[in-house]
Design a protein around this ligand. Structure first.
Ligand code: ASP
Length: 362
């Protein structure tokens, strides 16, 4: 042991400062014979030694603000700048959490909350309105490290539905709460309720009126042109944990009580540390029927596809063949990103610990 201590000291003082630091971790501080029995704590220490030897310390955050918005050339430059600016703000909020060693779960919740509060997007304030001119909101969140998930659907008085979804995951044994039950649970958990009028912006009201007075208003086909702006975030944190969250007002003029893919785990949201984290946007019914978010993970897990290949297969081939419009964002366990969409635009962006950063619409 004396020899070991001397070697340790020599290495630390002299030439090999960094490897010597590892040696200090690896060498027992006291002679093995004098050590207590192996305990759980000792095992935890060993695990942290391993991660100190192999620090990843990289993180990735990807967001979307919905697919199927106006095509290129239809928005003013100023409006475009507004969207890009808000996505930049959302990304830097999440980046701060991830850079500080925070969890991917906290990052996606914070980012989605910010986008829910931003009236530009179809989630929280500024959500599209149902057939009766009311905002009915859906949201979900999933923790890739535990496989736990939470969701709320059809809520009308919860300011930040994604926060309620997180509480369903953290504080109940359920995955999804809907309508009144979700609202009273959120209130009990300390989320302050808002009047349902809070969500209605003049812009959304105007497009709802347009939808209502259009000949197709009652059958909802016009709704396709008016729905965009669902929000979502997926992240990989420094510990290698993945998380995903999605929030939406759904489709303009939707039937009261209609629930889309966004709050459905496996359809609009999915995360598993084995594969990837996914948040989808588009015609929800197709994403539900094709179980898109889980299918992406399954293609990676069982077929060995990359996140890019799987994303492309689902959006550019499978959904496109069905004439289903939409897109998704995904990040895999190594920080690789996919952002496929088959619409004229998808508000999207990403930021990474490497300094790469991008926001785009078309
Ligand atoms: N997927 C959402 C829904 O169907 C809407 C959207 O993403 O545009 O509710």
């Amino acid at each position: 042991m004396k020899m070991l201590n001397r070697l340790q000291g020599f290495l630390t003082r002299k030439y090999f400062a960094v490897p010597a630091m590892m040696m200090i971790f690896l060498l027992p501080a006291r002679p093995l014979a004098a050590q207590e029995k192996v305990t759980k704590e000792a095992k935890v220490e060993l695990i942290s030694v391993a991660s100190a030897e192999n620090p990843r310390q990289t993180w990735t955050l990807v967001i979307h603000g919905g697919a199927g918005g106006p095509g290129k050339g239809t928005m003013s430059e100023e409006t475009e700048k507004g969207y890009l600016g808000k996505m930049d703000e959302a990304l830097s909020l999440g980046a701060k959490i991830l850079e500080g060693g925070g969890s991917s779960l906290d990052a996606v919740e914070t980012v989605v909350k910010f986008m829910e509060d931003c009236p530009l997007f179809n989630a929280g304030k500024g959500a599209v309105l149902n057939e009766y001119g009311k905002a009915e909101l859906d949201a979900s969140i999933m923790d890739g490290s535990t496989g736990m998930a939470g969701a709320v659907a059809g809520v009308t008085t919860i300011k930040n539905p994604v926060a309620a979804a997180r509480l369903v995951m953290d504080k109940t044994s359920h995955v999804m709460l809907v309508g009144r039950g979700a609202e009273s649970f959120a209130k009990k958990m300390g989320l302050k309720p808002v009047d349902s009028a809070y969500f209605i912006t003049p812009e959304r009201l105007a497009s709802w009126k347009k939808w209502k007075s259009s000949p197709s208003g009652s059958n909802g086909s016009q709704a396709e042109k008016e729905k965009h702006g669902t929000v979502g975030a997926v992240a990989l944190d420094q510990k290698g944990n993945l998380a995903a969250a999605t929030s939406t007002g759904g489709q303009m003029g939707k039937m009261a009580g209609r629930v889309g893919d966004s709050p459905i785990i496996g359809a609009g949201t999915y995360a598993s540390n084995n594969t990837c984290a996914v948040s989808a946007t588009g015609q929800g019914e197709f994403f539900i029927r094709n179980v898109i978010a889980y299918d992406l993970s399954a293609l990676m897990e069982y077929r060995g596809m990359t996140v890019e290949e799987a994303g492309k297969l689902l959006i550019a081939e499978k959904l496109t063949k069905q004439k289903a419009a939409g897109g998704l964002i995904a990040v895999d366990k190594d920080g690789n990103i996919a952002m496929p969409f088959n619409t004229s635009s998808m508000y999207r962006g990403f930021t990474k610990s490497t300094g790469e950063h991008e926001v785009a619409i078309y």
